[in-house]
Design a protein around this ligand. Structure first.
Ligand code: FE2
Length: 376
């Protein structure tokens, strides 16, 4: 683990607006800057309510997104953006829409293609003002510099990271998530939790980020069960929007670790929603890591409102029950995964070094396989 004096770099969007009713300010903010040509990157559901952003002028909506973005989705949006030449790109949706918005703000007209910018800081410039408006409480992508796109050919997640993809304005309006179905509320909420937990127990963990991580875990423990029961509770939505934002603060400087790596093949191979995949994996990696980060694991449990523990069996049982009681699907077989799928999934997860190298305890391919077998 790093010490108090370890180096870290913290970046945030120039401006973050948080609170009920802020979503309608996006249009006015753009008009103040004399921006009239806007591309909204969104999904099928949110495309129907783009009017809440208060935009006028030349608004083009790229709203065909369904599920996690792949290279075909990106190609379509880049082609549209090259045609429209927007002065501003607005990401309006979950992580998928916001990640594609990041790329749509930097790639069109740059001469760079996706393959040129995969990795850290390879993007040449920002071509449009970027506004991010999350509609779920989980991803934290609105405050981040990273975009993930699945390569259709290889099923691998390609990660682009660039300061040019940082939002000029992030608008977090908790009311946007009011009425979101329970399954999405829970899955995205556990994703926010996973961001905080994986940063908190990370090999690169840092006190400046632990602050947000631990408070984010506490917020999820307090508000997610309530948000899952009453889908129209504005206070619970606000608590979760804040938790998601704090999770986003964790992603940039520290990032996730084994939980996300082990969850990725579920998304890329079986199209399990990102949050649902993370919920399924969460108790397994928390318990696996417990011997390496015993004190922090106990703090995770108490922040969630559970009894302190650090022995793997107790940690697993408590975290599994917590996810299960929220209504998360905790079995791989429910998603059509069979025993013969597991070795290739383990191989793929094990290859995600950018995340596994952050994990406080080394995971072999066999360790990952054992986790999948236990979750089958
Ligand atoms: Fe995530």
């Amino acid at each position: 683990m790093l010490s108090l004096s370890s180096a870290i770099e913290l970046v945030q969007p120039n401006r973050i607006r948080f609170g009920r009713g802020t979503v309608g300010e996006v249009g006015a903010w753009l008009r103040e800057r004399a921006i009239a040509r806007v591309l909204v990157v969104t999904d099928v559901f949110n495309a129907k309510r783009v009017d809440v952003l208060g935009l006028d002028g030349m608004v083009t909506i790229a709203g065909e997104l369904a599920g996690e973005p792949d290279t075909a989705d990106l190609d379509r949006i880049i082609a549209l953006a090259e045609n429209v030449a927007p002065e501003a790109v607005v990401g309006f949706g979950g992580g998928s829409a916001m990640d594609l918005a990041k790329l749509a703000a930097v790639l069109p007209g740059s001469g760079q293609k996706l393959a040129d910018v995969v990795g850290p800081e390879r993007v040449g410039r920002k071509g449009a003002v970027l506004v991010q408006v999350p509609t779920t409480a989980g991803t934290g992508s609105e405050v981040g510099t990273r975009a993930l796109v699945t390569d259709r050919a290889t099923a691998a997640k390609l990660a682009v990271q660039s300061l040019h993809m940082l939002a000029d304005l992030a608008v977090v309006d908790p009311d946007v998530a009011l009425g979101m179905p329970r399954a999405i509320t829970v899955a995205t909420g556990v994703d926010a939790l996973a961001h905080c937990v994986e940063a908190f127990t990370n090999r690169k963990a840092h006190p400046t980020v632990d602050l947000y991580a631990l408070e984010g875990i506490r917020l999820v423990g307090h508000w997610l069960p309530r948000a899952a029961i009453d889908l129209d509770d504005p206070e619970a939505r606000a608590g979760m929007a804040l938790a998601s934002l704090y999770g986003g603060y964790c992603l940039g400087p520290v990032n996730t670790s084994a939980g996300h790596a082990v969850a990725y093949p579920l998304g890329t191979r079986f199209h399990v929603a990102h949050g649902a995949a993370n919920a399924l994996v969460f108790p397994h990696t928390l318990a696996f890591n417990a011997p390496a980060v015993a004190d922090k694991t106990a703090l995770v449990l108490t922040a969630l409102g559970l009894p302190a523990a650090s022995d793997p069996d107790t940690v697993f049982a408590a975290a599994h029950r917590w996810c299960h009681d929220l209504g998360c699907e905790m079995r791989l077989s429910a998603y059509g995964v069979t025993d013969k799928d597991l070795p290739v999934m383990a191989q793929e997860a094990h290859a995600i070094r950018r995340l596994l190298d952050n994990n406080p305890r080394d995971l072999t391919r066999e360790d990952i396989l054992a986790i999948y077998r236990r979750a089958l």
